[in-house]
Structure formats: structure tokens, C-alpha cells
Write a protein that binds this ligand. Structure first.
Ligand code: CU
Length: 253
């Protein structure tokens, strides 16, 4: 039996004995952690862009071989999204995430799934982010068989066939891990990247290289920009209540 004495009048000796018997509150540590709610009145944010320096790589169209069911869904050539340089010289598909400053806080896990579709034998979108335990839903809009196969280093690997017209694959990841490659064993050019985070403070750069992370509690943070090809970069920032920080990264050759 282990309990705490809350009364201020309790004898000091007895409470010390009880604390010793309880191992200094180990029971409390095992209790499920309450989720942290960010007070909207003090919520801060960080936003910015990821630039690309140097020459954009020459892209070679994906060769879909003789696979008519893949090829016929496209009007023109399809290019790989590995280094997706936008017309304004910024970089798309960079995963920007808070990697320090939220220690000791647990956040609610959304029950809404993050979705990846297979369209014309391409994963859409190419990069996704979701929370630990949040559902990942993979659908197949193609008239052909696919095989969804993530290759994690920290999480459990899985490999599921998905025929044309088959129902969605529903999965989740139990550990934080960035840039988990997802391949298709049938179409070797297919590639998506899944990022798993313990909190909701992440974003993916868009067609303008922009990202925005909102609802942050005031604090001191490390922001990391993670790309499937380039080495990750870090940026430190501090935000007071209601403050909006700016961050900029540059990737390139
Ligand atoms: Cu496939």
C-alpha cells in the first residue's frame, strides 16, 4: 500500500517513512501522463521558408516501363520528387519539426488519419507527418496492384499488398522516426516518406518552400529541417507569449 499524506499537520517522521517506502514517487511516474493543452491566449508560432541554393538538379522523367496501367493515367512525363525545387528557388517536401523544448509534455493524439493515396503509380503526397499512434491510411486509386512497404529503422516494418479497388490500409507507428522510406515492391520508382513525431509541432514545405508551425507554448526550442537527400539542419529560437518567430533554412549542392 502506498499513499501520500496531504495534511500539513501529519507527523513529519511518518510522512518520511511513507515516502521512503514508496520509493520516492515511482508509482506516480508509472501513471498515464495527462495531455498538455496549449492556452490559445499565449500560443506562439514559428514560420519561414526553405531556400535552395545552386543549380536545381536536372530531372529525368520516371520510366514506368511497359506498365500501361501506370503510364496511361498521366498526360505527360512524371518527375521524381527527391529534390523538388520550386519555381521561386525554394525547396518543397522538407519536414520541419521541433526537436527540443517540449520535454516532459504529452500531447493529444489525433484520431483523424493522415492519408497517402496511390495515383498513377505515384504516392500522393510524397512526404507526410503524423503523431505516434495516429492512424496512417493508405488508399489505392489505381486500376492495378500495389504493395505498400515502409522500411523503418526504429518502428516495426510491414509490407501489405493492395489490389485495385481494395479497402484502405490502416496502420500506425509506435516510435518517433523521421523520413521512413515507403516503397512498392512492384513499381520500383514509387517512394513516399513518413515522419512520426511525439507532438503536433511539425510542417512540410509547400510549393513556395513555406512552412508554419502554430499553437506552440512559449519557450525555447530547436527546430530541425529534415530532407530525404540532404543533411538535417537546426535552428534555435525563443518565443514569448503570443510571439511569432521567423526561421529560414538553405539547402543545396
Ligand atoms: Cu506500386
Amino acid at each position: 500500500m502506498c499513499y501520500r499524506i496531504r495534511s500539513a499537520t501529519a507527523p513529519v517522521v511518518l510522512s518520511l517513512l511513507l515516502l521512503a517506502a514508496c520509493g520516492g514517487g515511482a508509482d506516480e511516474a508509472a501513471a498515464p501522463q495527462e495531455t498538455f493543452q496549449v492556452d490559445p491566449a499565449v500560443a506562439a508560432s514559428v514560420a519561414g521558408t526553405v531556400k535552395f541554393a545552386g543549380e536545381a538538379p536536372k530531372l529525368v522523367p520516371i520510366n514506368m516501363g511497359g506498365d500501361a496501367e501506370c503510364k496511361d493515367t498521366h498526360d505527360g512525363p512524371i518527375y521524381p520528387e527527391t529534390v523538388a525545387v520550386n519555381p521561386n528557388g525554394t525547396l518543397k517536401n522538407v519536414f520541419v519539426v521541433v526537436t527540443a523544448g517540449l520535454e516532459g509534455k504529452a500531447f493529444e493524439v489525433p484520431t483523424t488519419p493522415v492519408h497517402i493515396d496511390q495515383q498513377g503509380c505515384i504516392y500522393v503526397p510524397h512526404v507526410v507527418g503524423l503523431q505516434v499512434g495516429q492512424p496512417l491510411e493508405v488508399t489505392n486509386s489505381d486500376p492495378t496492384l500495389h504493395n505498400v512497404h515502409p522500411l523503418p529503422r526504429e518502428n516495426v516494418e510491414w509490407n501489405k499488398s493492395q489490389a485495385a479497388g481494395a479497402g484502405a490500409i490502416d496502420e500506425a507507428f509506435s516510435k518517433p522516426e523521421f523520413m521512413i522510406p515507403v516503397k512498392c515492391n512492384i513499381h520500383p520508382w514509387m517512394r513516399a516518406y513518413v515522419n512520426v513525431v511525439e507532438h503536433p509541432f511539425f510542417a512540410i514545405t509547400d510549393e513556395n518552400g513555406a512552412f508554419s508551425i502554430t499553437g506552440l507554448p512559449p519557450g525555447e526550442y530547436t527546430l530541425e529541417a529534415v530532407h530525404e537527400r540532404f543533411e538535417s539542419q537546426e535552428y534555435q529560437f525563443t518565443v514569448a507569449a503570443g510571439e511569432h518567430a521567423a526561421a529560414e533554412f538553405t539547402f543545396g549542392n
